[in-house]
Write a new protein. Structure first.
Length: 75
């Protein structure tokens, strides 16, 4: 029977595997669930970095003389 969710097979070095295994056992989770949780956290961190870079670029290039006022935006 095919799986509902897509799957990824990965190869880990032993130290990384042991670390994930330790965290899974500590949190009472399966190894697969813990790996999925860690991947989600990593994706959120990468998204935060990406959006932060966009915000920094906007701050760097912001020109108050060409900015719209609150009234101009919402009227």
């Amino acid at each position: 029977m095919p799986a509902k969710n897509p799957r990824i097979n990965i190869v880990l070095d032993m130290s990384l595997y042991k670390n994930v295994q330790f965290l899974a056992e500590k949190d009472g989770m399966s190894l697969s669930s813990k790996a999925r949780e860690l991947l989600k956290e990593a994706m959120e961190i990468h998204e935060d970095i990406y959006l932060s870079n966009i915000a920094e670029e906007r701050e760097r290039t912001f020109d108050i003389t060409s900015a719209l006022t609150h009234e101009e935006v919402w009227s």
